[in-house]
Design a protein around this ligand. Sequence first.
Ligand SMILES: Nc1ncnc2c1ncn2[C@@H]1O[C@H](COP(=O)(O)OP(=O)(O)O)[C@@H](O)[C@H]1O
Ligand SMILES: [Mg+2]
Length: 398
Amino acid sequence: MSETPFSSAPHAAGILLRDVTKQFPGQDRPAVDSLSMEIAAGDMVMLVGPSGCGKTTTLKMINRLIEPTSGQILLGGDDISEVDADRLRRGIGYVIQAGGLFPHMTVAANIAVVPSMLGWDKARTAQRINELLELVSLDPARYRDRYPKELSGGQQQRVGVARALAADPPVLLMDEPFGAVDPIVRERLQDELLSIHANLHKTVVFVTHDFDEAVRLGDRIAVFAEGGHLVQYDTPERILTHPANDFVRQFIGSGAGLKQLGLARVKGVPALPVVSGAAGGASRDLLARTLSAGQDAAAVVDGSGRPLAWLSVAELDGLSRLPAQRSPQLPVVTHDDTLAEALNSVLLSDGGAVLVTNADGRLAGRLDAPLILQAVRTLRLENNREQESGMSSETGRP
Ligand SMILES: Nc1ncnc2c1ncn2[C@@H]1O[C@H](COP(=O)(O)OP(=O)(O)O)[C@@H](O)[C@H]1O
Ligand SMILES: [Mg+2]
């Protein structure tokens, strides 16, 4: 028997809103007015916009906590108004601010809510609770029997995410889930959500009023104005480089270029070559190769090609053997770091550059500030060309 209402796609399901309107009784204008948008299966889509513009209403219409006045919502191809609401909600994880945990129930009991509705046996439920707590980086032995008030805000939020994922729903709705935690914890939770999303391929609809959060997390961003009016729906890159109008521009705020640095990854930039020598080797040989390559520094790598040190010509000249210990201050970024992180490391490094490692930790080259800035300029140009050749769209999908 299928436990979710969506027959075709067990891991993710697309969502289609067709001309959806919600008029609350006694309000002079609709909260959401003829909204049409398509959310592709497996995408993480961010709904951003000022307070009161209809984000929460839109989200709650997807899990039928609010019924639309008119229009249609399809989930995995099925019209949700034809699916039993309880059954629908079992297939949709829902996370709200502060986790929305039941205060009188332990962490384990909170996570077990949907599995017990689905009639899972004790062993299966217990195993799932452990699995999920590990997924959200909480030690099951330590946390499963605690009550929400015995957890920090960030931990409560993690349990909220675990609970929403309990029955492996194809869709996850998140309404300002990280709004109540401090910026450092928020960033960690965002990183964890990104890695969960990369592994589980759920369709995620995420409401936030924080544009930076939208840029960090979203495959696509939907910028809403009053009345659930979709002003622009596009990738973060294109919204940053081509805001549809002044409303979006204002929402992005200043520093669109800096935000792009936070978006682009190191692996997108061809690194400069670095001369390297193996740990324990003769420093004289590396010095000679460094000078003949016209470089003023060289890297020392271990047996697996991982960087250990980065030595100037003067430092090489003062050594006989290349060190086998990793220098504590080694400026190094990996392929998956953002250009913002790379630029930060460059600015903090003595030599004005960072080493780059690829996915398996091997030395791939180096980056300096001019190269990073050039990469951002190139990105803007590429986006411009795409725009000119008509690949971008202001609303809806291209
Ligand atoms: N249950 C309700 N009854 C009446 N008006 C509501 C209700 N829920 C929301 N609204 C109104 O609908 C509009 C959109 O609200 P909401 O979707 O919560 O906005 P957002 O999440 O973007 O801040 C607001 O004007 C709000 O006051
Ligand atoms: Mg809201």
